[in-house]
Ligand binder design. Structure first.
Ligand code: KG4
Ligand code: ZN
Length: 339
């Protein structure tokens, strides 16, 4: 079996298409939607419209660049959820139409599982079981990965996702959306010990990021009342100090999860795993503990169809197909137990 699969990702503000043949990703075409920058966050209606405009373009480009005839595809895959419903509907409907028109099977993919499976796009790949810290704009999860299709959430955020904390803090600083990468960039030049922000005292392996966001807002409000130029004069130190605390909060729970599960192999996934402070902290700790650690290539951290393609490949091998009645799920859950 050497399946050739077209995968489509449209869960948020990235319209993406990828081809995979026999588990090898051939390409990964991404159209980012810059329209949201001016609104300080993703506007769902505008995202759906942009997906509708971009989807054929990215699929066509993926097929042409890989010199693949659409009739040679063995299956069509799409992101079923979680995500914005209007955005998901565009990808799902397009995939269904194509599958129906070509008479090919359909594969539905869980977006958060796909973030984890991005580790299987290129070598070296983790062995099972491993612990994955999935950090994105919508989720913050600690996942025990038993095999490609068997994952269990053992901890997650009780309020904001860490990517949301980065983006909201950036918005408070007057930076455009998405602010996470900008905080990362300014933090490179700053002193991470200049300011301190509170962590969160949440039991178990769950996270909370709403407290630090509020503390950050009040801290800046007080400082700006004294010095109206406070943000401009201290931007790098503010970003470095905030990032240090957010990374500490993630690392604290990751270390705890390793202790409690005894699983001594870790991975990062999701958009925030592009963060240089987090990547450096995980590498430093893992090497001091002699724990193998996996961090995805940057293009596979943020939303992309290559990760949907690799997940679809494993589902194809397992014979786990969807039928044409399948519907997107905005709040699609992964299995969760308490550790
Ligand atoms: O996985 P992703 O592309 O989309 C979701 O599924 O949510 O993650 C997007 C999130 C945004 O919050 C963005 O600000 C954050 O990832 N992000 C970063 C960095 N690059 C992306 N946060 C901090 N540092 C970065 N370098
Ligand atoms: Zn994502």
């Amino acid at each position: 079996m050497h399946p050739l699969i077209l995968a489509i990702e449209s869960s948020c503000d990235e319209t993406s298409a990828a081809l995979i043949r026999n588990g090898k990703v051939l390409n990964n075409i991404i159209a980012s939607q810059r329209i949201h920058e001016q609104f300080g966050g993703v506007v769902p209606e505008l995202a759906s419209r942009a997906h509708q405009q971009n989807i054929w373009r990215v699929v066509d480009q993926a097929l042409r660049e890989a010199n693949v005839d659409v009739h040679d595809l063995d299956a069509i895959a799409f992101t079923r959820g979680p995500g914005l419903l209007g955005s998901l509907l565009v990808g799902a409907s397009f995939a269904k139409g194509l599958a129906l028109g070509l008479g090919k099977p359909l594969l539905d993919v869980h977006h958060m599982q796909a973030h984890v499976l991005a580790h299987f796009i290129d070598d070296p790949v983790p062995s099972f079981p491993f612990l994955c810290l999935t950090v994105s704009g919508g989720h913050t999860q600690l996942v025990v990965v038993r095999n490609h299709l068997n994952m269990e959430v053992i901890g997650e955020t009780r309020d904001d996702a860490v990517g949301e904390a980065f983006d909201k803090a950036a918005k408070i600083l007057g930076l455009p959306y998405p602010g996470g990468p900008l905080i990362d960039r300014y933090a490179q030049e700053g002193n991470p010990k200049r300011f301190s922000f509170p962590g969160a005292d949440i039991p178990g392996l769950d996270f909370s990021f709403s407290g630090i966001k509020t503390a950050f807002l009040y801290f800046l409000r007080d400082q700006v009342a004294v010095n109206p130029n406070f943000i401009a004069e201290n931007l790098a130190d503010i970003c470095a100090s905030l990032q240090r605390q957010l990374v500490n909060m993630l690392m604290q729970k990751l270390r705890k999860a390793v202790r409690e599960t005894g699983i001594r192999q870790v991975a990062l996934a999701g958009g925030v795993s592009a963060n240089r402070g987090l990547r450096a902290a995980v590498h430093a700790w893992a090497s001091s503990e002699n724990i193998p650690c996996f961090v995805p290539e940057l293009q596979y951290c943020t939303d992309n169809a290559a990760m949907i393609a690799i997940a679809a490949h494993f589902k194809y091998l397992a014979g786990d197909f969807a039928d044409l009645t399948v519907a997107p799920l905005a709040g699609m859950e992964m299995e969760r137990t308490s550790a």
